[in-house]
Design a protein around this ligand. Structure first.
Ligand code: HEM
Length: 148
């Protein structure tokens, strides 16, 4: 069973981080053409699809991590990399789900409102949120890879 949860953990991580990076790059490119109604509709569709894909995969990373920890039964005798992954990783996942959901909803609302300027600045904040989240996830992968 442990192997199965590790598979879910790593697969969830692949989908989560992959979609974070891909959508960040796509939205940055679309921002320049946001005055077009077609591009506005495409941005809305991208954000909705992204939300549908990324939040469940981030949640799976968290749940599978907790289940593996329970199976390992290490108690307080854990190496630093594992404490870092558990605490910082858990916090990043929860914050990510809350903050990116709120920002995504605001972005969709602003595009529907029709204001090019506000839609464009909302895309910039959203992309910044995605970049910060990716950087935090990469920092966790770095610590876990080195088993510091
Ligand atoms: C952004 C969040 C996270 C990232 C990037 C991440 C990354 C990883 C990676 C790359 C591995 C494979 C390590 C290896 O087998 O050598 C792993 C394993 C593991 N992760 Fe995470 N993880 C995250 C969140 C969490 C959370 C929140 C928990 C627990 C609450 C957790 C618990 C575990 C456990 C128990 C293992 C198995 C370690 C082992 O077999 O030695 N992870 N994680």
């Amino acid at each position: 069973m442990y192997g199965f949860w590790l598979f879910i953990h790593l697969s969830g991580l692949c989908v989560w981080l992959g979609s974070l990076v891909a959508v960040g790059i796509l939205l940055s490119a679309m921002k320049k053409q946001i005055h077009s109604a077609d591009v506005g509709a495409l941005v809305k569709k991208t954000v909705r699809t992204f939300n549908f894909l990324t939040h469940p995969s981030a949640f799976l990373v968290l749940i599978s991590g907790v289940l593996m920890l329970l199976q390992m039964g290490l108690g307080s005798d854990k190496p630093f990399w594992m404490i870092y992954m558990e605490r910082v990783g858990g916090m990043v996942i929860l914050l990510f789900i809350i903050v990116i959901s709120i920002m995504g909803r605001r972005l969709v609302k602003r595009i529907s409102g029709g204001g090019v300027q506000s839609a464009s600045s909302s895309i910039s904040s959203y992309v910044t949120g995605l970049a910060v989240s990716s950087a935090l996830v990469f920092s966790i992968i770095f610590v876990v890879s080195g088993k510091y």
